[in-house]
Ligand binder design. Structure first.
Ligand code: ATP
Ligand code: MG
Length: 343
């Protein structure tokens, strides 16, 4: 991207904005850190200047998946004003084009950040020199995580194919949408609608609106402008779903149900970016303390991750047409079997 700017004749002082990719999940332990580290290595391997950021404050362990020690100052030191910039904290990750920004592994108790601290941190991250910046987030819908997820137009949602993990993802996205709606209502003209939203959400669960569209109708009953405000708040929300630890290609079909329920309940459409199989080499890489991708390049999970990196480069800024069907076909192809629904 930097090269394009130089070619186009713009001043070299103009820095193009990096593509920021937050990586989140509803449930913990689904492989966010593993995927963040390895997607970052894959993008760097394709020649893109990449930074992997450990934003799982309170649970930083991204260094482990990069094969690095936990001995560098990081975001914790920046928050405590012991480091004036983030750029000075970047570590060479041992792979060309890849740098690592450590979290708070050396400075615990950072899990609760004030909103001014969060905003400053996000501003500094957005200004880092890179083509791609991947953010490894903590699990679940805490305010920190929701705010970091919202710092970019879209992000990756990691889930395993099983129901609790998929439900967790839906809950995370619902909270993400409600936070966006609340933000939208806090600007001039819409402020009177805010107590309305809060009131609706305080009702017992069985009386709360069952879908975003139901919420919209309830709000519109009380204020005709509410529909537009809500539509504006969720416009462009298009999460990129990555399945991890798949046990067989048939599990990829869950994408069809997810697409349906996200459209029905949350009024948004996801793009399916990839299906990564459960792979014993992932554990082996950790045991020998080596980063996974460069050392197990031929393994199934490595091939799946390289495919996702290609999709990121090709499609990150655009909707992916027919992504569920494409991903399901690829999952079957990866195991050398035919998708029975598509003989
Ligand atoms: N595709 C895979 N095959 C086998 N093991 C995997 C795979 N992906 C992740 N793992 C393993 O699963 C465990 C959890 O992964 P990871 O720590 O990346 O999850 P996480 O979502 O970041 O967890 P947390 O929510 O605690 O931050 C790790 O031990 C990791 O090595
Ligand atoms: Mg993690």
């Amino acid at each position: 991207m930097a090269r394009n700017v130089a070619k186009s004749g713009l001043s070299t002082a103009v820095r193009p904005h990096p593509v920021i990719i937050p990586v989140a999940s509803g449930k913990g332990g689904v492989g966010k850190s593993f995927l963040t580290a390895n997607l970052a290595m894959a993008l760097a391997g394709m020649g893109h200047r990449t930074i992997a950021v450990d934003l799982d404050l309170g649970g930083s362990n991204l260094h482990t998946f990069l094969g690095l020690a936990n001995r560098y100052p990081g975001i914790g030191d920046f928050i405590h004003n012991a480091a004036p910039t983030l750029e000075g904290l970047l570590i060479d990750a041992g792979v060309p084009n890849l740098r690592f920004l450590p979290g708070d592994g050396r400075t615990p108790f950072l899990a609760n950040l004030g909103s001014a601290q969060k905003q400053k941190l996000v501003r500094y991250i957005q200004a880092l020199p890179a083509d791609y910046i991947l953010l490894d987030l903590g699990a679940g819908a805490t305010f920190n995580t929701l705010d970091f997820f919202a710092c970019a137009p879209t992000g990756i949602m990691v889930t395993t194919p099983d129901l609790p993990s998929v439900m967790g993802m839906q809950v995370f996205l619902k909270n993400h949408l409600l936070r966006r709606i609340d933000r939208r209502l806090s600007i001039n003209g819409f402020r009177p609608l805010r107590p309305l939203l809060k009131g609706l959400l305080k009702e017992p669960l069985d009386r709360q609106p069952a879908s975003l569209n139901a919420l919209k109708s309830r709000m519109v009953q009380q204020n005709v402008n509410a529909g537009q405000a809500l539509a504006d708040a969720i416009a462009g929300v298009r999460p990129r779903v990555v399945f991890n630890m798949g046990l067989g290609p048939e599990e990829s079909r869950v994408a069809l149900n997810i697409r349906e329920s996200m459209t029905e309940v949350l009024a948004i459409e996801p793009d399916f970016f990839g299906f990564v199989f459960h792979d014993p080499s992932v554990r082996r890489a950790l045991v020998v303390r080596r980063p996974f991708l460069p050392n197990f390049r031929e393994s199934m999970a490595a091939l799946n991750i390289l495919k996702i990196a290609e999709r990121i480069v090709k499609y990150w800024k655009h909707p992916v047409p027919n992504s569920a069907a494409l991903m399901i076909n690829h999952a079957f192809q990866a195991t050398g079997s035919l998708n029975p629904a598509n003989p």
